[in-house]
Design a protein around this ligand. Structure first.
Ligand code: SF4
Length: 328
């Protein structure tokens, strides 16, 4: 089989990581590359494994999203379902599987098994296990209730023929477009077209954040660049399922131009960390050139803490001694 090439790519989350901590971007894009090979160096294998780590909030989002899509599909098939059914049929099993895999350390044998930050770095979390499980389950239930009561009525008329298929992570090459030679990953949650208007919907299971707007504008750029949709025919919606809040954002040509500028600037900044700033070769400068962020708050939430710990001596003073007990 031909050797896989680490192609330079851009995404909103990659850019966010890069902005917050250069080293984090190094670990996820370069340090982890090839970590699936049996003869990969130990540090590379560890980075690859840690790069797959979840946390309770990311799992909550994945589970809520899967369950609301199930409710929508059931509705389209003519079956009315309650949030309790959605929780029992979809969410409960996903949550249980994740918790079992994480607490039993299944990821030691199977790297793609669920590994929660809360179990891997327990000293960075003060919520008890039972409390944490109930919080996640309650949040998912609130999402499903608000979806059935508030969102589903708005989408009730959408048929499968109106939907745009979205390539998701884990099933081939995820949704992307190419912008000025750069592969840009852009994976909207749900898209449908009605009377020539593209409705791009993003489900959120957490609280509103200012950066969500710049995230979804990239979806508008995807619709424009990949499908040729004009900005006035795109509507962006952020559905905050847990609270029931909704934000609808019209799109202008100026918004798309701003998104292009952000992309160009970000790609330019990222290229400075590559040999000869060459994104075609995409060879990273040595690890030491990718600065650590030295932000205790960020490091405590970061999957890669184990790898940075030897260099974070000052930070370690602020973290309890047993912080790495769960790390083998
Ligand atoms: S542990 Fe801290 S320094 Fe290391 S990658 Fe994560 S955020 Fe950056």
């Amino acid at each position: 089989m031909a050797k896989l090439k680490n192609v330079f790519s851009w995404s909103h989350s990659a850019a966010t990581d890069f902005e917050l901590c250069r080293r984090k971007r190094y670990w996820s894009k370069y340090g982890a590359w090839g970590g699936w090979e049996s003869n990969a160096p130990p540090e590379c294998k560890t980075a690859y494994r840690l790069n797959k780590m979840d946390n309770r909030f990311s799992v909550q989002g994945t589970v809520a999203e899967e369950a609301v899509m199930w409710m929508l599909k059931e509705h389209q098939a003519g079956r009315a379902v309650t949030e309790e059914e959605a929780f029992q049929r979809v969410a409960r099993g996903m949550l249980r599987r994740c918790w079992d895999e994480s607490t039993q350390g299944v990821w030691r044998q199977r790297v793609k098994a669920c590994c929660l930050h809360e179990h891997y770095y327990p000293a960075f979390h003060d919520l008890g296990e039972r409390e944490m499980i109930f919080q996640v389950a309650d949040a998912v239930k609130a999402c499903l209730k608000n979806f059935r009561e508030q969102v589903l009525p708005r989408l009730a008329h959408v048929t499968p023929e109106m939907e745009i298929p979205i390539a998701v992570v884990g099933k081939g090459d995820p949704e992307h477009f190419v912008f000025e030679g750069v592969k840009v990953y852009s994976i909207p949650d749900y898209v449908y077209v009605e009377a020539g208007k593209w409705h791009i919907v993003d489900w959120k299971s957490g609280k509103p954040k200012p950066e969500h707007a710049s995230q979804v504008v990239m979806y508008a750029l995807w619709a424009h660049e990949k499908h040729g949709v004009s900005p006035e025919n795109i509507t962006l919606s952020l559905e905050y399922l847990q609270s029931g809040e909704r934000l609808e954002l019209p799109v202008t040509a100026g918004d798309l131009e701003q998104a292009r500028e952000r992309l160009r600037d970000s790609v330019q900044d990222m290229s400075q960390y590559l040999i000869h700033a060459d994104i075609q070769r995409n060879q990273a400068l040595p690890k030491s050139e990718w600065d650590l962020c030295f932000d205790p708050g960020l490091c405590r939430r970061c999957a890669f803490f184990e790898l940075c710990a030897p260099e974070l001596e000052g930070l370690l003073d602020e973290i309890p001694d047993d912080s790495l007990d769960a790390v083998d």
